[in-house]
Design a protein around this ligand. Structure first.
Ligand code: ATP
Length: 307
């Protein structure tokens, strides 16, 4: 049964009184892959993930985690999944490395806690009581605790929020290593570059449903690339347009600032620079930009702050 997805959610519904937090949501997370769940605040991500973790019961739909029902089979599931909690779950006075070693001993085949502590920079604060750890150190300990039991599936809730760049990269490396070891990683994040960097599959959730899903490349594909440069005002745009790949076009706004949009960024760049060379134009401040996951996210969910 190794081929079944690690998480298979179909038509999930969850209500809190009059609020429908999740409204017919479908989500699949494969083994050996990172699945990023993105969405605006209040979209229903945490509710969905907590239902998969067995902390909440669904009002409708079907939730399968490693082939089991988390509401019913929690005892069988718990040793097989890792959950990174945003806060809590650790005694305030326990020391960081003690907690990690203790948690490792609770599992049959744990990772080496010393190596994991080293990897996440926990040794330098290993003797510090939990309540005295900085926010970032608590975060790194929470990640270590989630993965030390060698889970088949790990849920990471904003794992790098508030981390310094070094810790962020160490976290990303660890997530990549988990994926390479065949672990299914379900990641909720508001950091679009993190999702773009790590995710094999992205699900964008809004008002309780998945409104778009696919690989970052598939979600970002099909959009024009944008190339900007500065040059002397009044360049012959008809001539430039004629030199561009089919479908691409150039605009000048304001005077001396040019924007060229079209598919196939590298070909666009080559055409623009060749045209400039042929017309004795020294293009200044050339920048190119691909449609990012953040652009896709804002296109889908809107640019205005939600009420
Ligand atoms: P964020 O990005 O801010 O963490 P989210 O996508 O994780 O948001 P949820 O926490 O799942 O969103 O919340 C979805 C909706 O359900 C929100 O409208 C929230 O106010 C509501 N909600 C969540 N938990 C409860 C609760 N225990 N009781 C009542 N309403 C709740």
């Amino acid at each position: 049964m190794r081929s079944e997805p690690a998480v298979a959610v179909t038509g999930l519904v969850k209500r809190y009184g009059d609020t429908t937090a999740v409204d017919g949501l479908d989500l699949t997370a494969e083994r050996g892959a990172v699945t990023a769940v993105l969405g605006p605040n209040g979209a229903g991500k945490t509710t969905t993930v907590e239902t998969c973790e067995g902390f909440r019961t669904a009002d409708g739909g079907d939730v399968r985690v490693l082939g089991l029902d988390p509401a019913r089979d929690g005892a069988a599931l718990r040793p097989r999944i890792g959950v990174m909690l945003q806060s809590g779950g650790v005694y305030p006075t326990v020391r960081a490395m003690e907690m990690l070693r203790h948690t490792a001993r609770l599992h049959a085949h744990p990772l080496d806690p010393e190596e994991l502590g080293e990897r996440l920079g926990l040794h330098s604060c290993g003797r510090t009581p939990y309540r005295r750890l900085s926010g970032g150190q608590q975060q790194r300990l929470a990640l270590a605790l989630a993965v030390v039991g060698r889970p088949e599936l790990v849920f990471l809730d904003e794992p790098t929020a508030g981390l310094d760049p070094q810790a962020r990269h160490a976290t990303w490396e660890l997530i990549r290593a988990l994926r390479a070891a065949g672990v299914a990683v379900v990641l909720t994040t508001h950091l679009m570059d993190e999702a773009e960097e790590l995710a094999d599959h992205v699900a964008v959730v809004d008002v309780g449903r998945v409104i778009a899903a696919g690989s970052p490349a598939a979600l970002c594909g099909g959009h024009d690339d944008v190339l900007r440069f500065e040059g002397r005002p009044g360049l012959d745009l008809a001539s430039l347009d004629a030199a561009l790949p089919p479908g691409a076009r150039a605009e000048e706004s304001p005077a001396g600032h040019y924007c060229v949009t079209g598919a196939g960024g590298p070909a666009l760049l080559a055409a623009v620079t060749a045209w400039c060379a042929a017309h004795d134009v020294l293009a200044d401040r050339i920048t190119t930009r691909r449609h990012s996951l953040e652009d896709v996210f804002l296109d889908l969910t809107g640019r205005k702050l939600r009420p």
